[in-house]
Design a protein around this ligand. Structure first.
Ligand code: SF4
Length: 53
């Protein structure tokens, strides 16, 4: 089990629902990107606001 993203998040925005399902609380996330590099399989993806629309 890996929790590299949780350890990197200063905003405490990442929570695990069950052992293997991390979720990001977008109300807490600052968009800093600190969780991206520590993730071994690069499972975290970013989209610009324009891409989200
Ligand atoms: S981008 Fe969001 S979830 Fe990732 S480390 Fe920064 S505040 Fe936490």
């Amino acid at each position: 089990m890996c929790s590299s993203c949780v350890d990197a998040c200063e905003e405490k925005a990442i929570n695990f629902f069950s052992l293997f399902r991390p979720t990001i609380d977008m109300n807490k996330c600052s968009g800093c990107g600190f969780c991206y590099s520590p993730c071994p399989p690069y499972a975290i993806k970013y989209k610009t606001l324009k891409e989200k629309l």
